[in-house]
Design a protein around this ligand. Sequence first.
Ligand SMILES: [Mg+2]
Length: 269
Amino acid sequence: MNRDVMETVPKKNTPIATEPQFRLPPLGECALLLDIDGTLLDLAPSPHEVRVPPKLAKALPALLQRTQGALALVSGRSLNDIDRIFAPMLFPAVGGHGAEMRISVESEAVASRAPPMSADLSRRFAAIAGLHEGILVEDKGYSLALHFRKAPDAEKAIYDAVSAIRADLPNAPIEVLPGKLVCEIKHSGFTKATGVTELMAHEPFKGRRPIFIGDDITDETVFAIMPDMKGLSFSVGRHAKGVDGHFNAPRDVRAWLSHLLEGERTAAE
Ligand SMILES: [Mg+2]
């Protein structure tokens, strides 16, 4: 890792918001890869209730411009859902845990290469929502998410039911992604890390130093590949294994992104 970068990495367990000297290589050499829920945005009672704060809505397009297009949202959400949340803005994105990708704002979304889950599997997993009225089913085609932010006590019953279905179908090509008050069942074979790896092979991301920020268990696959890509990774809300530093909360991530822009502006003056 570049020594200049090492010197600017925040001390472990120190909130970045209190590290005003924190600097990265010039934005023109970075690729900013940002998880959405719990990283850029505060979690809401249900996934469709999240809001993009006005300062973030200003900062993200400016960062997209400063990185010459090398900023991408990396999420378990579908591209459609990402676009709905950030409308009217559009960003390069890896959606559906790597099942979908849009390399640039101008390009068409790369069609989902992940095969859809069989109707029978979707139906069986969706039926788990019958356990509690607070469980919300989100069918993304290639995956099915059971959100239980409104029924946190249902967690064990949900995972027990998922395990029972998997035990019944030991050869089904599926995997379970535990998240924050969400249990997602998806086709095996793609992850956020496979999505990021593919994205980084394309211009304008190619050859950049990736900076990834994420908060959840599914982000750990990306934390793990950052060293090989000479990148840096930061977790949110906890100090995850293998990261270069962490933020306490999404508001600290947002403040840091605004700070990045201000720093570049100051440096250019
Ligand atoms: Mg997240």
